[in-house]
Design a protein around this ligand. Structure first.
Ligand code: ATP
Ligand code: MG
Length: 412
């Protein structure tokens, strides 16, 4: 788990602010759920057979001997919350969340044990157009942030029935190759055969190129739904490719599944993963409710944005001063200026003015405010323009009591 230091947090805050603004414009409501849930929620909501629940959860017993888990993802908690708080009886819900998630994984570039996700979930909407809107919110968010080389891949998982037929065919096809498969894969095939499509092993992926494809097992209705989504994405001008191996290995997932990847991320290429999960709300004890969502990994997003995308924020005013009285006066002035929305830094070094001015210039502040002995005596302050010196005059002596004039000058 990593610390985020001030220079990094500045970048995070910009992405977070951008997300808030983007989601507000899409009229999504923010939901904040606890970091800790009953382990059972994830066991039921993500599934015992998944890597996340099987191997990656931070679970422990609390003092009341209840099994608790630090959330490994957001969807299960959001579903619990909308059920528990009765939101589903208030019409469709379009929600977003942002925050830390915890998974016991092997840390590497783009993979941490505490990482952060931004996610969006729609409840009570079942049409292809709602799928397209949900996808477009992720696509536009990433593009407006300035990410390039993004690839949207989509697939359809059809209905439970479609998948049952496909699964039988896939398993019997794979049986022809059982001597090529290791024990782990054979075990997977027994427990949850669809998950093998997701395998990261190159030899398995190669083999699967020849395997039966889920799209060929979709009912007419499912196929039409998938085609319709493609028509809508085309008319929105959102480019995509179909990846027939894109799956979510759990029963409550259906129809639309998608991922947004970037070739610049290396092995951890997925920035955004999402899909439709019409069965989950009911599975967790709520009313039958169609739902679809996605989650973006913020660390990976920030890797993609690089350093260049961020302009550093500079103080507007740097206060140069000397001696205890001038320091106190500096702090008083800083508080007044900050209350008027200025970004103010104070030099407490007590060093020679020439050194303080050097630091003021290095800070990239627009103005230096000087409070020296003479200024103190006259109850004045001196304003020196550091940036944009083509303007004239570049220096003012202003009465400390005339705050309006101070502000007016600093804004000039
Ligand atoms: P991966 O295949 O990379 O393990 P996943 O399928 O486990 O991803 P999801 O559960 O769909 O990922 O989570 C959505 C997004 O969250 C991912 O696409 C990724 O950007 C991010 N993410 C997931 N796990 C981690 C992690 N351990 N560290 C950083 N980001 C992560
Ligand atoms: Mg994972």
């Amino acid at each position: 788990m990593i610390d985020l230091l001030p220079s990094q947090v500045e970048r995070w805050q910009k992405v977070e602010a951008f997300a808030r603004d983007h989601f507000r414009r899409a009229n999504l409501g923010e939901i904040r759920t606890p970091l800790l849930e009953h382990t059972e929620l994830f066991a039921r909501g993500i599934g015992e057979a998944t890597e996340v629940v099987g191997k990656e959860m931070y679970s422990f017993f609390d003092r009341g001997n209840r099994s608790c888990t630090l959330r490994p993802e957001g969807t299960a908690s959001v579903v619990r919350s909308v059920i528990q708080n009765g939101l589903l009886s208030q019409g469709s819900q379009r929600l977003w969340y942002m925050g830390p998630m915890f998974r016991y994984e092997r840390p590497q570039a783009g993979r941490q044990r505490q990482f952060h996700q931004i996610g969006v979930e729609f409840f009570g909407l079942s049409s292809e157009i709602s799928d397209a809107e949900l996808i477009s919110i992720a696509w536009d968010f990433l593009n407006e942030l300035g990410l390039r080389d993004l690839k949207l891949e989509i697939n359809s998982l059809g209905t439970t029935d479609d998948r049952k037929k496909y699964q039988e065919s896939l398993v019997s096809w794979l049986e022809n190759f059982s001597e090529l498969l290791d024990e782990h894969v054979l075990e997977q095939i027994k427990k949850n055969p669809l998950r093998i499509l997701d395998s990261k092993k190159p030899n398995i992926q190669e083999l699967l190129n020849e395997a039966p494809k889920l799209v060929d097992f979709l009912s007419n209705q499912s196929r039409n739904r998938f085609l319709n989504l493609q028509v809508i994405l085309n008319s929105l001008g959102i480019p995509f490719t179909i990846n027939t191996k894109l799956v979510r290995g759990l029963d409550y997932y259906c129809h639309t599944a998608f991922e947004i990847t970037s070739s610049q991320l290396g092995a951890q290429a997925t920035v955004c993963g999402g899909g439709r999960y019409d069965g989950l709300v009911e599975q967790l004890g709520g009313p039958k409710t169609p739902a679809i969502g996605w989650a973006i990994g913020l660390e990976r997003l920030l890797i993609l944005l690089g350093e260049d995308a961020f302009e550093k924020q500079f103080p507007e005013v740097y206060i140069v001063n000397k001696g205890p009285k001038a320091e106190l006066e500096s702090l008083t002035l800083a508080r007044d200026l900050r209350a008027s929305n200025f970004f103010v830094e104070i030099d407490y070094s007590g060093s020679a003015f020439s050194k303080q001015f050097k630091r003021a210039n290095r800070s990239n502040a627009s103005w230096a405010v000087v409070i020296g002995d003479e200024e103190l005596k006259q109850e004045e302050i001196r304003l020196k323009r550091l940036k944009g010196k083509t303007k004239d005059p570049n220096e003012y002596l202003v009465k400390r009591s005339d705050f309006n004039q101070i502000i007016e000058r600093l804004r000039s």
